[in-house]
Design a binder for this molecule. Structure first.
Ligand code: ZN
Length: 505
């Protein structure tokens, strides 16, 4: 084989591996939306087989040989942002990581995730931490082992795990950003809680018939630019978005007749994720050049549409009349400004997934600190419930009445996702910083929202973020798009403006 053909051969190998992966995704989507209960065991066999085939194919010596041949015959990194450099660099990194993990550890991690999640479900239902404790201890041991296998020289255990979710990020940098953000959030929340003003949140818990919510959610997704001929909206217990490949980015939501926020903002959130994947360059499918940057950047896209756009005054200037038309009796006595205040209610709560856009970040910080301490051994698993409750009191002024509403509320650690939580707050920070720049670049942006014109924002996101795939790291991307390194300032400015407008503080 001539040296020049190594690269196209590598690309076609990667595309086939990605096809296998996308078949798994189709099965995963079906499992969470339509699978009859009796089909679960067979589905598990199907996905396990595909996972094994995909892993074998990617870690085969053939991929290593192709990479080595390209690296030795081409100056592939002459331009670090060329398609060639991006694809070779990221594939090398993923290949080294995958091949450094012994198969026995991969199997043990996946088995422990399934059993650990089952134990967590039971522990949460009974609010009994002792049921989950041995599984969390085992998971932490396995994750330390995983980190030891894949860590770069000098890389910490936590950073080695974080890298899977937020490539090249460092816990120390995140801790510094969080340390700057936390006192500002606490101060803002203090002012809001003593403002004497309260959002009329009751209006969100009135009767909203599900089929009407679905029609409105579909209309909203379409209006902000989601292409229903390249996706679909279904119902699932836990909302998600999934990228099945070019022309197929699907979303799900869930509806609660007496909680408007769940279905509507859940749909906006997942639509934001799928607008990103619908905007990835399809000609680069299966290669890093056609993939999302990091979980933090992915989350920035969902948060941008859900919060920065979807909870804004101009957004509701357009949508409020449609909302009233959809629920005329339910909202007969509600004004646009009352509604806007209700969907922007800010205040401490026990559950992360139900938290507002300000307190949400405190929930994340607490988890970030705790998982670092658990991983390092500074915090014993047996002390987790007490430490969790102390930090909740310290951060949010609340003590969970039980562990189900405390340290057992999230599935992440049970499933082995340690180092995942900070990507949520990184997403909020990136979202605010990107949005601030979009408003500078497009001065009429929010005036357009008032008449249902959202395409300039989507076009801006496509041009600045989506079309680049993994060409730039998250750090490079935010610098390139906004001219600045990631900072807590845009998010805090956004929250302070909101507190001023709504709470007068
Ligand atoms: Zn998300």
């Amino acid at each position: 084989m001539s040296s020049l053909s190594f690269y196209p051969t590598l690309l076609s190998e990667l595309r086939e591996i990605a096809l296998l992966g996308s078949i798994q995704s189709v099965l995963g989507w079906d499992e969470r939306t339509h699978l009859p209960p009796k089909g679960a065991a067979h589905r598990a066999d199907q996905t396990a087989l595909l996972a094994k085939l995909t892993h074998e194919r990617f870690t085969s010596p053939r991929i290593g040989e192709l990479l080595a041949a390209i690296e030795s015959t081409t100056d592939y990194s002459a331009d670090a942002h060329s398609d060639l450099a991006v694809n070779v660099r990221h594939t090398r990194k993923a290949y080294d990581r995958a091949t450094k993990l012994p198969t026995s550890l991969v199997e043990e991690l996946s088995r422990t995730a399934v059993l650990g999640e089952a134990a967590w479900v039971d522990a949460k239902a009974k609010s009994d931490f002792s049921i989950f404790k041995p599984w969390l201890e085992k998971t932490l041991d396995l994750k330390r082992h995983e980190a030891a296998c894949v860590a770069q020289p000098g890389q910490s255990t936590y950073d080695a795990l974080l890298d899977e979710f937020e490539p090249d990020a460092k816990a120390a940098d995140i801790a510094a950003v969080f340390a700057n953000l936390r006192p500002q959030l606490v101060e803002l929340l203090g002012r809001i809680s003593t403002s004497g003003r309260k959002a009329p949140a009751e209006v969100l818990t009135r009767s909203f018939p599900v089929e009407k919510q679905e029609a409105l959610a579909t209309f909203a997704a379409k209006t902000i630019g989601y292409d229903f001929s390249a996706g679909r909206l279904d119902v699932s217990v836990h909302p998600f978005s999934t990228d099945l490949g070019p022309g197929d980015s699907r979303i799900t939501t869930r509806y609660d007749e007496h909680w408007f926020g769940d279905g509507f903002f859940g749909t906006l959130h997942e639509t934001g994720h799928s607008l990103y994947t619908q905007g990835l360059p399809s000609e680069h499918f299966g290669t890093p050049r056609g993939q999302y940057v990091s979980l933090g950047i992915h989350e920035s896209q969902s948060r941008l549409w859900e919060n920065l756009v979807g909870r804004s005054v101009p957004f509701w200037r357009f949508f409020f009349p449609k909302l009233k038309e959809t629920f005329p009796q339910t909202l007969a006595d509600v004004s646009e400004s009352q509604w806007h205040f209700a969907v922007n209610d800010i205040g401490p709560s026990l559950i992360r997934t139900e938290a507002d856009e300000a307190t949400y970040n405190l929930h994340v910080m607490l988890r970030f600190e705790i998982e670092r301490a658990l991983l390092s051994g500074d915090l014993a698993v047996s002390d987790l419930p007490a430490t969790w409750n102390e930090k909740m009191e310290d951060y949010l002024g609340l003590t969970p009445p039980d562990d189900a509403r405390g340290c057992l509320q999230d599935v992440h650690w049970a499933g082995g996702a340690i180092g995942y939580f900070p990507t949520y707050t990184l997403g909020n920070l990136y979202a605010a910083q990107f949005y601030e720049q979009a408003k500078k670049d497009l001065p009429d942006l929010e005036t357009g929202f008032e008449t249902g014109e959202f395409s300039p924002l989507l076009a801006w996101l496509r041009k600045n973020i989506h079309q680049h795939g993994k060409t730039y790291s998250a750090t490079e991307l935010v610098q390139r798009v906004t001219g600045k390194a990631l900072s807590s300032e845009p998010l805090m400015n956004h929250l302070k403006r909101k507190a001023q407008d709504l709470y007068g503080v």
